[in-house]
Design a protein around this ligand. Structure first.
Ligand code: HEM
Length: 217
């Protein structure tokens, strides 16, 4: 217990917490993606899935847990950044992370803000939006994504999610000590491939809804 408390109060312990929370969020994204791919199967399949989800008895605690994980992941990251900046008031001219500077690492703060704003808009529209009928979540989602402006917004955000994950996955491995000069390129390649696959699979949904399903039931 004592060791745990000391770890939780240390900078490395907090980094591990950010990485572990990030990995939990990756698990959520994987499940969320799998559910959303049912949009391709059709209205009945997607609405049946939504019904199962919405009638799940532990839905509220799970949602509360998910919201806490998202907020903690963001809050501890901000805390770590602020304390690191305060400890080193004169920054280095060039900051190079151990894994080298990549698009993912240099845009991390922007993609984080984009994703947080997206989640607020996304939940407000898709979870609390008005459905064509109470059991028709498919109709609500497709109603938005058939509109090219929402489809472009979604496709852009999914690019941001991919960039964020590409650096996040690598950074989490580093934090947990999965880091060896010989294997670093392979670990980074796996992280990038995972991020690209998740982002692409999500992005295909608005593109399909807007270009292929427009004007169709
Ligand atoms: C094309 C991509 C996406 C589609 C079609 C989609 C669809 C949906 C739908 C339909 C809901 C409402 C579920 C319900 O009320 O039963 C939802 C909720 C949610 N989505 Fe997404 N989503 C997408 C991408 C994402 C991404 C990339 C994230 C995170 C970065 C995300 C985070 C969430 C969260 C946090 C909720 C609230 C979950 C809850 O409280 O039950 N979604 N999404």
């Amino acid at each position: 217990m004592d060791t745990f408390l000391r770890l939780a109060a240390s900078s490395i312990g907090r980094k591990m917490a950010v990485a572990a929370l990030g990995l939990l969020l990756c698990g959520f994204l994987g499940g969320h993606l799998a559910g959303n791919l049912l949009l391709f199967v059709g209205q009945d399949a997607f609405n049946a899935y939504a019904h199962h989800l919405e009638t799940f008895p532990l839905l509220e605690p799970v949602e509360l847990g998910l919201a806490s994980i998202i907020l903690l992941h963001a809050a501890v990251t901000v805390y770590l950044k602020v304390t690191a900046l305060m400890a080193r008031p004169v920054g280095y001219a060039v900051q190079v992370s151990k894994g080298g500077r990549t698009w993912g690492s240099s845009t991390m703060i922007y993609t984080a803000v984009l994703i947080l704003v997206f989640i607020v808009v996304h939940v407000a529209t898709f979870k609390y939006g008005t459905r064509p009928s109470p059991s028709d979540l498919y109709g609500l989602v497709m109603g938005y994504l058939r509109d090219w402006r929402w489809a472009v917004f979604y496709a852009l955000v999914m690019g941001g999610v991919g960039l964020h994950l590409s650096h996040g996955a690598w950074s989490a491995c580093q934090t947990f000590g999965i880091d060896h000069p010989k294997y670093t390129p392979a670990i980074k390649a796996v992280g990038t491939a995972f991020a690209a696959a998740v982002a692409l699979a999500f992005a295909v949904i608005p593109v399909w809804a807007c270009f292929i399903k427009r004007g169709q039931p």
